[in-house]
Write a new protein. Structure first.
Length: 144
């Protein structure tokens, strides 16, 4: 049996995932991190992006809008501002949100408007990337 760690992904809406995994990938503040069991303790903020949980041949993809990751030797906890299973993301709505954010950036008049539009654009792009990664994974495994 492979060595595993407990992974919990939670947001304000509730627990999204709780289970054993061999690896986890996330977009930390300084870049993507890959976590395996017995990883050194680590605490970081998370950027909007995909969290990928690998357990054997199974892979779960989640979009998070940001948050914090806490790593202990046998437990990884992702505390997300917002978290959605990639399979539950409405790709058309994510593309529409991206378009709205781009338009908001073009018409922004203040630094606050620009910053708000940049955050909305980053979140929409991260959702689209999560859906794309999941779709690519499903095509590779023949499940799509």
């Amino acid at each position: 049996m492979a060595v595993s760690m407990q992974v919990d992904i939670v947001s304000a809406e509730g627990e999204l995932f709780s289970g054993k995994a061999e690896m986890l990938f996330a977009q930390a503040a300084d870049g993507e991190v890959g976590i395996m069991p017995h990883h050194t303790q680590f605490l970081s903020s998370l950027k909007p992006g995909t969290v990928r949980v690998v357990s054997g041949d199974e892979e779960d993809h989640f979009y998070i809008s940001g948050g914090i990751i806490e790593i202990q030797p046998s437990v990884v906890t992702v505390l997300a501002d917002t978290a959605i299973r990639a399979a539950d993301i409405d790709e058309a709505e994510a593309n529409a949100a991206k378009q709205r954010a781009e338009e908001a950036m073009d018409s922004a008049k203040t630094e606050t408007d620009i910053a708000r539009a940049q955050v909305e654009l980053a979140e929409a792009v991260a959702q689209i990337q999560a859906v794309t990664k999941l779709r690519d994974r499903l095509h590779k495994t023949g499940l799509a």
